[in-house]
Structures are given as C-alpha cells and as structure tokens.
Design a protein around this ligand. Sequence first.
Ligand code: CA
Length: 258
Amino acid sequence: MLGTRNERASVLVVEDDASVVSTLRSVLAEDRYGVRVAGSLFQARGLLAKALPDLVILDRGLPDGDGLELCRSLRADPRTQRIPILFLSARKEVADRVVGLEEGADDYLAKPFSPAELLARAKAVLRRTMNKPQDPGLLSIGPLRIAPEAHQVFLFDRELLLRPKEYNLLMAFLETRGRVLSRRALLQAAWGLDKELELDTNVVDVTVGSLRRKLGAYGRCIVSVHSVGFRFDPERLPVPPAPPGSAELGTDPKKRRR
Ligand code: CA
C-alpha cells in the first residue's frame, strides 16, 4: 500500500473492454501508476488475493457479473474495506450512480470518459484516502480536532457546541473519507433509522445546514452532491489565518497556498 505521497500508487483496473483498458493503461502509466488489469470478477479476486492495490477502478458490466458485487465484497472484508474504489461505467443514470456510491464506492465516472478527468478523479480519491486520520482515539483534520469519547469537537482549539445529530453527521462525513453519502445513509448514520422505514430526508438537509453554520468558513467542506447527498471535502478547507509575525502568508491572498 501507499506510504508517502511520492511513492507510485498501484491501481487495479477491472475492465473487460480492451480499448478502455488500453486507454487506462496509457494514461495511468504516463503518470507513473503501477497498473494491473483483470478482465472479470474472477480474475480480480485472484489478483486481490496476491496483492492489495491502492485504488480499484471498476467496471459494472463484466462477463461474470456486476462490478457492484466486487465493491460489496471489498467493503465487507476488513483487509480491503479501506481501498478506494472508482466506478467507471456505461450506466450513467443518477440511480446507477446512487447505487454505486451507496455500496461504498468513492467516486463514479460515466463512460465515455475523458482520460484527464479520470486521472484527476483517481488522484483526488487517493489524496482523500491518504488524508484520512488513522488514529480513532483523536481525529484531526485540518484545524478540526475531535475527541470521540467525549463527543467534543474543536475548531482552532475553540470548542464547537454541536447537538448530538450534528456531531453524528460530522463523524459520518469524516469516517467515510470524502465518499458521497446519500441522505438515507446519513439518516442511518446520525439517527440510526432503519432502511425499511419511510423517511423524511429533509431533516438531513436541515441538520447539515445547522452543522455548516456552526463550522463557519469550514462549512463549505460539506459539499452537496446533486441528486445524491453530501460529502466532506477537506480540500475545501480555507487556508488558516497566518500566525502573528509570519509575513509571507498573511498579507496577499493570491500568494497563499490553497
Ligand atoms: Ca464492460
């Protein structure tokens, strides 16, 4: 698995279309990714048994089944549940994307695709995975610090007074590494409601709204995903204010790193 930012990441491509495979091979190899290819679910399972990749790019329509099946089994296995998955599929309806993301994929790109966009999304998914805090004892992301046992959240050392559902939503966002969460998934995460119930998902929007307000400028990290739900994007964290005395970052916003 990937250790540092400069190491080359390994990608498992599960795809049966030779022309797509060839495009992916060249675009990924050009960016120095290591690429292994499986043309079926069976082959993919064989390769995964030998070595774990840093990212899986997964087709839906495969000769021996739906890529969703592999997505489900990867998420169910503790050994593989953190490996990011990017669906690449000709099934481009909103409902298909929702299903893919609800099953735990990190992103979903419809065919035909632009190789540049594919590469950008693969990089974003890998970045989010690497930024995930590893220590469940104290979660820390940018200026946010969370003490799960005490249910306390701090922003720049100032405690945010979150209501329990707001806290649960924030934890759900942070724990899913930027993966898109449907309103239904958020209802389950924060309210513990059963999948079978008829639910008013408006309560999710209301609570996300109040959480965003309490996070102030950091509320923009909670991104609405049209027709699907929300995700937490730490890359939208604003640049922290410069500490007193550090001249180079403080004055000209254009010179700030994002
Ligand atoms: Ca296919």
